[in-house]
Each structure stands twice: as structure tokens, then as C-alpha cells.
Design a protein around this ligand. Structure first.
Ligand code: TRP
Length: 474
């Protein structure tokens, strides 16, 4: 093995080195998240870079997060996803160097999921008799696993249920956080099925610098924003892990079943955990997996263990459910089906996910009309040209323009959206004018959300979060 030049990393094995780089990477991330001093961050970054050099010297490969050195990889073909052009996607990090954002077609290939194509969208329309949501029509929900099985069940009048969730990492939610919930509400309406919503306060306690009490408070606050999306109280159960795990006669049993059937090596491969991660993190995936099984909710499904589950989520959550689908048949359960969404772009561009800790990277559900206007005008990355003359001559680029991207999420009128696209691309519409359309779309939408949220009482939250039978007989 090559001589290793670097400090105390003498004669480490490639895998140990890999783990050290990973651990150091995580340290840098947590220093940044915890707003450590610049010197501290710089020192940690410097060590990270030198560890990467050491790693490359020892293995002849560049360090890639989540991909252990080739000959030492504990599981092949199942790790976090790095597409050929360096997109990186796992539940904690999304990175791409492309201004258009992550290459989702490549992700589908690497993840082994299926594209939501025209045929599937047509089938949803045929089976439900409803116009497909614009998130489907516009490729915002773009990938799935076994959705046809769900539609078969529905056609055969067999029941299924929806499961989604949120990690309550802060009190403030932004518009991007609403995407899965807006879509889930639509699914609940068109299919008329039970819905369970997991608030992973335990996860955020384990990963962030938060007390248990604070994480739980965030869960309750976030529940209000979720309820404000319009879920039917008779058909929806929202639960905090910290509360419900100790209360349910079914949930913990399923957690333990999953835990028995997944090895440390497997979660290392799937999630990039290292030997220095706390055991809470290592076992957490079982807690996110278990709500995919109906027997985790005996109050809703009685003793039925075979009610099929459909999970709408952002694609970064897929590693949890790949693991879940892998264990399900081994513990006698059905694999959950999935619908995956793209990421909601930060105001600064589609390269990264937004950060709840930087208020200028997104529009928050608490923003005033004036804040919305200022943020969009000041921070929304423009695909327009530098001068009016050039813009008129060459036109703008919708593929990288964040205001246009946001409109695809929130402007429901297909004709108007198409008009904007053509006018912007041709140069007839200027960036300022496009931004104005977005501002005028978002302001009433957020104001209406705030209005609905205000009406939500503690009593209602409590009701949503009480384990109980829903308006379905099983
Ligand atoms: N881990 C997710 C997050 O941090 C929260 C979550 C739990 C979730 N269960 C889920 C998201 C099911 C989608 C579907 O946001």
C-alpha cells in the first residue's frame, strides 16, 4: 500500500480512510450548520481536503461520498447516488454542478425506479376520472415504484393507504416543504384513502443540535402548517415518533422486525454511516420504514397486515424505502409503492436544496407580502440576459431561471405558464416582469396559507395526533 503522508492516518486501510473522510465531511457540515467560527470551519475543511488527498494516494480513486473504495464496498449497487456527472443525492445532501439542477432521468436509472410516463398519467386519469394534478403533468412527481399495483388495487376495490412525513428541523417551513403535502392532499381526495403522516422529531434530535423538547415543539408547530394544507381530520393521522412509538401496540414490533433484518453493513452502504455515528442514527431507518406496514397502526387497520401502502416523497427519501422494500417480503409484508418528486430549487438556483437556516434561500410560509417581493426581486436566480437589449435579442433561459421554475410549481394555469415560457424565451418578457408574475402568484397563496394556519387550534392538532379509528372500516 502507498505510504501515507498525512499526520495520524499512517497505515490506515482504504476503508478506514474512507470512513475518516466521511466523518470529517460530516464534521464540516455540522460545523457549518452550527454556525461555528470561520477559523474552526477552515481548519476542518483543510483537514478534510488533506484526508481526501491521502485517500486518493492510498486507493488511486477520488473520494466519493457514500461510495466506499471499490474493492471494499460492503454492498454494491445500493449506495447513495452519484450520477456520472457528479450529481450526489442522499437524504442529507443534494449536490449538482448543473444550473438546471439534478439530472433526474439519470437518477431513475441509478435508483432503478420507473419514470412516471404519459401512459401512467393517462391511467391515473382513467381510473379516477380526475384531471391529473399539474405536479404530474409537469414532471414534478417524475418517478415511481409499483404505482400500477396501487391502481390495480384501486380498480379492484381493494383498500390502500398513504404514508408521508416531515423531519421537523425548525419551526419555519418554506414553500418547498409544502410540495409533498399539497400532492398528498390531492391523492387523498381523489382516492379517498387513509393517510398517516410521520413527524420524525427523533430523527432531528439525533442529527441536529437540538434538545428532545425542542424537536417535539417543532413537530407540533410543523403539524399546524401541514394541517393547513387542508387534510381531512377524519381520514388523517399525524404522529410524532417521540409520542407514538411508545404508545402503539404495533409500531415498535415492526421497528424491531426491520432491525433484525438489516445489517450494519447494509445501512453503511445505503446511508453512508460510519463507525463513529451514534447508534441512534444507525437504527433510525427502521423507524422511518415501519409506517409502511399497516400493522403499525392497529387503531386504523385493526389486525390487517396486508393493506398496501403508497408513499409520496421527495426522491432524496428513496434510500429509506429501498431498504424497506428489500426487507418487507422477508418479514411477511407487502412492499410499499412510491411516488417521487424532484427537489424544490433554492432561490439562488437549482444546484442545491434549500436551507432552513438561511432565510434568503427560500420563501417561508411566514413571509409577509413585502418580504416575498423583496426576496424574489433580490435573490431569485435569473436566466435572463445582462442588458435589456441583449435580452430582447437573444431571449431568456427558462431552464435555469428560478422564477420560471417556481411558476411551474405554483401557477396552475397551463396556458398562462406556456405563454410566460414563450414570451420569456423570445425576449418579449423581461426578468422583472416574470418576477412580478411570480410575486403575484405567491403572495395570495402564502397569505391564504397563513389565514388557514391561524384557524388551527391546539385542540385540532391534538385530535389529528390522537391514535384513533379513521372514517374507514377494516
Ligand atoms: N426523513 C424525512 C425528512 O427528514 C421525514 C419523513 C419521515 C418522510 N417519513 C417520511 C418523508 C415518509 C417522506 C415520506 O424530511
Amino acid at each position: 500500500m502507498a505510504d501515507i503522508q498525512n499526520g495520524d492516518s499512517c497505515s490506515s486501510s482504504p476503508l478506514e480512510l474512507f470512513e475518516r473522510v466521511t466523518a470529517q465531511g460530516e464534521k464540516v457540515r455540522s460545523l457549518k450548520a452550527g454556525k461555528a467560527s470561520t477559523e474552526e470551519i477552515d481548519a476542518a475543511v483543510k483537514l478534510l481536503l488533506s484526508l481526501k488527498v491521502t485517500y486518493k494516494t492510498a486507493t488511486g480513486q477520488d473520494y466519493k461520498a457514500g461510495s466506499p473504495p471499490v474493492d471494499f464496498s460492503p454492498v454494491s449497487n445500493n449506495g447513495p447516488i452519484t450520477t456520472q456527472d457528479e450529481d450526489f443525492v442522499d437524504p442529507w445532501t443534494v449536490q449538482t454542478s448543473n444550473a438546471k439542477g439534478v439530472d433526474y432521468d439519470k437518477l431513475i436509472v441509478r435508483f432503478g425506479s420507473s419514470k412516471i410516463d404519459k401512459e401512467l398519467i393517462n391511467r391515473i386519469e382513467r381510473v379516477t376520472g380526475k384531471t391529473p394534478h399539474h405536479f404530474l403533468r409537469r414532471g414534478i412527481f417524475f418517478s415511481h415504484r409499483d404505482m400500477n399495483q396501487i391502481l390495480d388495487a384501486y380498480e379492484n376495490k381493494k383498500p390502500f393507504y398513504l404514508y408521508t412525513g416531515r423531519g421537523p428541523s425548525s419551526e419555519a417551513m418554506h414553500v418547498g416543504h409544502l410540495i409533498p403535502f399539497i400532492f398528498t392532499k390531492w391523492l387523498q381526495e381523489i382516492f379517498n384513502v387513509p393517510l398517516v403522516i410521520q413527524l420524525t422529531d427523533d430523527e432531528k434530535y439525533l442529527w441536529k443540535d437540538l434538545t428532545i423538547e425542542r424537536a417535539y415543539e417543532y413537530a407540533i408547530e410543523n403539524a399546524k402548517d401541514i394541517i393547513a394544507c387542508g387534510f381531512d381530520i377524519n381520514k388523517t393521522f399525524i404522529f410524532s415518533d417521540l409520542d407514538y412509538l411508545g404508545m402503539s401496540s404495533g409500531y415498535y414490533k415492526n421497528v424491531v422486525k426491520v432491525q433484525k433484518h438489516v445489517t450494519f453493513n447494509q445501512v453503511k452502504g445505503i446511508f453512508g454511516f460510519t463507525d463513529s455515528d451514534c447508534i441512534g442514527k444507525i437504527s433510525f431507518p427502521a423507524i422511518q420504514a415501519a409506517p409502511s406496514f399497516s400493522s403499525s397502526f392497529p387503531q386504523i387497520f385493526k389486525d390487517k397486515k396486508d393493506i398496501q401502502c403508497l408513499i409520496p416523497c421527495a426522491i432524496d427519501q428513496d434510500p429509506y424505502f429501498r431498504m424497506t422494500r428489500d426487507v418487507a417480503p422477508r418479514i411477511g409484508y407487502l412492499k410499499p409503492a412510491l411516488l417521487h418528486s424532484v427537489f424544490f430549487p433554492a432561490l439562488q438556483g437549482a444546484q442545491t436544496k434549500m436551507s432552513a437556516s438561511d432565510p434568503n434561500t427560500s420563501i417561508f410560509l411566514t413571509d409577509t407580502p413585502k418580504q416575498i417581493k423583496t426576496k424574489i426581486n433580490k435573490h431569485a436566480f435569473s436566466g435572463g440576459k445582462d442588458t435589456i437589449e441583449e435580452h430582447r435579442k437573444y431571449g431568456g433561459n427558462c431552464e435555469v431561471d428560478v422564477s420560471y421554475m417556481y411558476l411551474t410549481f405554483f401557477l396552475e394555469d397551463d396556458d398562462k405558464l406556456e405563454q410566460m415560457k414563450q414570451a420569456y424565451t423570445s425576449g418579449a418578457l423581461l426578468t422583472g416582469e416574470l418576477k412580478k408574475v411570480l410575486i403575484e402568484t405567491l403572495q395570495p397563496l402564502i397569505a391564504a396559507h397563513q389565514q388557514r394556519r391561524k384557524q388551527i387550534t391546539d385542540e385540532m392538532v391534538k385530535q389529528f395526533m390522537t391514535p384513533r379509528k379513521l372514517a374507514f372500516d377494516f
